[in-house]
Design a protein around this ligand. Structure first.
Ligand SMILES: Nc1nc2c(ncn2[C@@H]2O[C@H](COP(=O)(O)OP(=O)(O)OP(=O)(O)O)[C@@H](O)[C@H]2O)c(=O)[nH]1
Ligand SMILES: [Mg+2]
Length: 451
């Protein structure tokens, strides 16, 4: 990690200014070679901008005017000596300066490498570092707020004390193993403490649904057999002709994803290929995607055609959406030769009668969706956790539950201690204490270059 890295930290393209960032022990020395100001950079105080010129180190020729900011480690984003050049936002110029800096010994930074260094230098734990990418990619104000709360350490603030408690438990159990004569383990108290930790973790898990909602919107596939009007419904909810609508069954083959907001709730609508048995390869891939989208759904809209009786294929869809929050849209109620009525469907859940042709019932459908989604708390009230954290916490609860069971059936104490060690390590993956380097690399590779 002792090499010095460089990258453009503003987006590539013509802009007001461009920021080129260097980080590493040789930053100031390398920067000095392409900079000419009133003072030598080693005499410039930290966090104070200085004016000067970017120069070609070979010829001394001035290339641009610039501001330069030195942030000496550990008081910098990465924890290392950092230099930022603020130059005119010209891609030609930026490329030229970066090329010079690389010739002088800096190395091009990898995606997320500045933040990775911040993490490795202990400036922030892993869950806080992950919040940074969510801030950059935020799609809604609620998402931004939730990510910022994570950056402030809200999740780590919950996890770290639990890890401490687990450590205390392990110490006690190990004392009992090492000195069975002197230390008597109180199983009742241990059980109580494990149960308490499970409860606290379950409480944190409660934030997963809302965090996803704030950041990504809820995932809502529109499903049904071919030709019932799924694409028509997507279009009417979006207010634009996004998906192709035709009377030919099997029109939609790939999934189409669009975001809407229903009274402030961000909803990701997915128009899907109608589910049916098909010999057509493209269509069957579409059908598989539809099935996958149902698995990930927070809520589904199941569309049924009022002008036809319920068919085998409708009932198939009923089955695979059964365990999901679901609203049934009984479509095409404008047609005179109506065969299917609301009473038949109410058995399967809430039904709204609609017509994508006349627009009737669409407002009622929106209200029903909102009603099913329930009220949404403000992001400040929710512990932010992403899907990685969620999976880890679930695994941890699994281990602790095994430990509890182990105590009940009088398992040897070292096995129980082993389970608690595992749960400690799993939580450490959230904060980064015990995360493997592969996972750390994978997380930072999702960042942009220059961050
Ligand atoms: N009368 C009437 N026709 C409708 C209504 N909604 C959709 N249609 C018609 O039904 C046909 C199929 O509509 P689509 O929206 O393409 O149906 P789909 O479910 O997306 O179909 P696939 O993509 O093939 O699975 C088209 O001819 C639409 O114009 C409605 O409310 N009333
Ligand atoms: Mg369609």
């Amino acid at each position: 990690m002792d090499d010095t890295i460089v990258a453009l930290s503003t987006p590539y393209g013509e802009s007001g200014i461009g920021v080129i960032r260097l980080s590493g022990s040789a930053s100031i020395e390398v920067a000095q070679k392409v900079f000419k100001g009133k003072r030598n950079l080693k005499d410039v105080p930290s966090h104070k901008a200085v004016f000067g010129y970017v120069i070609n180190p070979q010829t001394g020729e001035k290339l641009d005017e610039c501001l330069l900011l030195i942030m000496r480690g550990p008081h910098s984003y990465t924890g290392e000596d950092t230099v930022e050049f603020y130059v005119h936002g010209s891609p030609m110029l930026e490329e030229l300066i970066i090329k010079l800096l690389v010739e002088l010994g800096a190395r091009l930074a990898l995606p997320g490498e500045f933040t990775k260094r911040a993490f490795l230098n202990g400036k922030l734990d892993l869950s806080r570092a992950e919040a940074i990418i969510d801030i950059i990619q935020a799609k809604s104000e609620a998402g931004l707020k939730s990510s910022f709360i994570q950056l402030q350490g809200r999740l780590s603030g919950e996890i770290k004390p639990i890890m401490e408690d687990l450590k205390d438990l392990i110490a006690e159990l190990e004392a009992g193993i090492d000195f069975p004569e002197e230390v008597e383990i109180s199983y009742e108290s241990i059980k109580e403490r494990i149960s308490n930790i499970i409860e606290r973790l379950s409480n944190i898990l409660g934030g997963a649904y809302f965090t996803r909602l704030y950041r990504k919107g809820l995932y809502c596939p529109i499903v049904g057999r071919p030709n019932v009007g799924k694409s028509s419904l997507l279009n009417i909810l979006l207010g634009e002709e996004r998906a192709i609508v035709t009377p030919i069954p099997g029109t939609t083959r790939d999934t189409i994803t669009e975001s809407i907001s229903i009274e402030g709730i961000p909803l990701t609508l997915i128009d899907t290929a109608g589910i049916r048995e098909t010999q057509d390869l493209v269509e069957s891939i579409g059908v598989n995607r539809t099935i996958a989208s149902i698995e990930n759904a927070d809520i589904v809209i199941w569309v049924v055609d009022a002008s036809e009786p319920l068919m085998e294929e409708d009932l198939e869809i009923e089955k695979i959406t059964k365990n999901k929050k679901r609203v049934i849209a009984l479509n095409k109620i404008d047609l005179p030769d109506r065969l299917l009525y609301i009473e038949t469907l109410e058995l399967y859940g809430p039904v709204v009668e609609i017509s994508c042709k006349t627009g009737e019932g669409i407002d009622r459908l929106r209200s029903k969706l909102k009603e099913l989604l329930g009220s949404i708390p403000s992001p400040e009230l929710v512990i932010p956790i992403n899907s990685r954290h969620e999976a880890l916490i679930k695994r941890c609860i699994g281990r602790l539950s095994t430990a509890l069971e182990g105590i009940n059936i009088k398992f040897p104490i070292d096995i129980i201690a082993g389970e608690i060690w595992e749960s400690y390590n799993i939580l450490g993956e959230i904060t980064g204490e015990t995360t493997s380097i592969d996972i750390v690399e994978e997380i930072f590779s999702r960042f942009c270059v220059g961050k």
